[in-house]
Write a protein that binds this ligand. Structure first.
Ligand code: HEM
Length: 138
């Protein structure tokens, strides 16, 4: 990211949360739906798609709720019935480096395909990659 773009992003974030910059609930919904729709349809992501339930509706809601709070909207993930910490939610799955990298690549590609502004994607992806690495358990 060049300095002018960093300055632009800083100015935007001084006025708005990242949740708002992504377009609020509708914008984040699109990001989450695009992510799981790509995971569902591109054979590259089959190794991680098979780890998920055949019906992606619940996890779309879960990732939306989690990311909304993470991006600056009022927290809602922890308020959901039966909510677990994000680490516990992933403990039953073997998340190795390959699974982590596929998850991150799927998020990157879906953001590009969905037309998310480069500066938002470039700001978000390193933090998401860090979180995905923290969920690695193998
Ligand atoms: C930034 C990183 C990540 C975030 C924010 C995230 C978020 C979430 C959330 C909110 C849920 C729902 C948990 C619940 O039931 O309460 C979930 C489930 C799950 N995640 Fe992640 N996740 C991340 C990385 C990964 C990675 C790297 C993998 C590896 C493939 C992965 C695989 C799964 C699986 C298999 C489930 C359960 C899906 C199901 O039951 O259908 N996640 N994730």
């Amino acid at each position: 990211m060049d300095q002018a773009t960093i300055d632009q992003l800083r100015a935007e974030l001084a006025e708005h949360s990242m949740f708002e910059l992504l377009g609020g609930a509708d914008g984040l919904r699109r990001v989450v739906d695009d992510f799981y729709d790509l995971m569902d349809t591109d054979p590259l992501f089959a190794p991680i798609r098979t780890m998920h339930d055949s019906d992606l509706t619940a996890i779309k809601d879960g990732l939306f709720a989690y990311l909304a709070g993470w991006l600056g909207a009022p927290p809602q993930y922890a308020q959901r019935p039966g909510a677990r910490c994000i680490g516990a939610a992933h403990a039953p799955f073997m998340i190795d480096e390959r699974a982590r990298d596929l998850w991150v690549e799927c998020m990157h590609r879906s953001m590009v395909a969905g037309g998310l502004a480069d500066r938002y994607r470039e700001a978000l992806m390193p933090a998401l990659a860090q979180m995905a690495d923290a969920l690695r358990n193998v």
